[in-house]
Design a binder for this molecule. Structure first.
Ligand SMILES: [Zn+2]
Length: 336
């Protein structure tokens, strides 16, 4: 685990003290380590050395690590997609009732080999209504030997689900934590580690992917170039850009479209940070000159208004408003 020491300490103490809950919700932005924490906790619940749990060395810890343990069930959008054709999989927007039923099918059985049977459900913010109700029944009366761990990017599931779980909110990791991990554990050179940590917005998952795959950073740089240029270009170019994103969205690349918006939002946030003389928190540390120029060019009220529009568009797109309209609304009001 990288970071989240308070959560690890909390879970460890409740486990050793025999006060662990039957259901947990680990919630936080993508890539901060929620899935890793869920797996480590599953290991700890069954580890052969309780005091050091998870020891990561015993047979149980090793088998859980390799996905080869009879008392652990994991379901996610990815496991749901695995049984579908690629185009069907791309259109999946929610966790279906069948997926949840299959995941908790034999929850009534006692553990085969471990102390506890652990059920991890990723992407819980995408539970359909039917799936939520199926899950709720289990959460109301979980068997004594079962632990359910829901993992979600946002706590947007039914309040009745959230209230039955012990909620642990994981925050984006501090930049320094990511720099240290990249240098110390993954042999990334310091300047690159600093750049990736700044660009990661606290997501160690993204920083590691980007360290392993330079194309990821390159693609973000190119997207950011396009976004920054939209301000200077005629509306027709902006509208074409909105149309392209809208097509992507309809073809199943929803996450991609939201990432564009996040890149853009971070850019304006950086402009605001430069205007407020807080350069140490800037995300795009390699674009300092451009940011300075933008901070001179636009006043704080203009920057703030764009940021509001971007977050409004993000919310609308998540709620299934036509993405093209939502994006055009930002473009029409860009300061020029
Ligand atoms: Zn162990």
């Amino acid at each position: 685990m990288i970071g989240h020491e308070w959560a690890i300490e909390y879970l460890h103490r409740s486990l050793v003290g025999g006060r662990d809950a039957h259901a947990y919700l680990f919630v936080g932005p993508p890539g901060v380590g929620k899935a890793r924490l869920a797996l480590r906790f599953a290991q700890a619940l069954n580890c052969e050395h309780l005091e050091q749990a998870p020891c990561l060395k015993c047979r149980t810890c090793t088998r859980i690590e390799h996905g080869n343990y009879a008392d652990l069930r994991i379901a996610s959008m990815a496991t749901q997609a695995a049984s579908l054709k690629p185009d069907e999989a791309a259109r999946q927007k929610e966790l279906k009732i069948d997926t949840v039923r299959e995941w908790q099918r034999d929850i009534a059985l006692k553990p085969y080999e471990g102390r506890r049977r652990v059920f991890i459900l990723h992407d819980a913010e995408l539970l359909s209504e039917g799936a939520s109700n199926a899950l709720l029944k289990t959460l109301e009366e979980p068997p004594a030997y079962a632990t359910l761990i829901l993992v979600a990017n946002r706590p947007t599931m039914l309040p009745t689900i959230v209230s039955r779980c012990q909620v642990l909110r994981l925050r984006p990791l501090p930049r320094q934590t990511i720099v240290r991990a990249l240098i110390g554990q993954f042999d990334v050179h310091e300047p690159q580690a600093r750049l990736l940590a700044a660009w990661s917005s606290g997501s160690i998952g993204w920083a590691l992917r980007a360290a392993a795959c330079p194309d990821e950073v390159q693609q973000r740089q190119e997207r950011l170039d396009q976004l920054v240029q939209l301000q200077q270009q005629p509306h027709s170019i902006g509208f074409r850009w909105a149309e392209e994103r809208s097509k992507e969205y309809r073809s199943g690349q929803q996450q991609d479209v939201l990432e564009w918006l996040e890149l853009w939002q971070n850019w304006w946030r950086d402009v605001l940070l430069i205007s407020a003389d807080c350069p140490e928190s800037v995300t795009y540390v390699d674009r300092r000159a451009e940011l300075e120029q933008a901070a001179q060019q636009y006043n704080v009220a203009q920057v703030y208004a764009v940021m509001q529009r971007i977050s409004e568009a993000t919310r609308q797109i998540r709620e299934n408003v036509n993405p093209q309209l939502a994006l055009e609304n930002i473009l029409l009001h860009l300061p020029r």
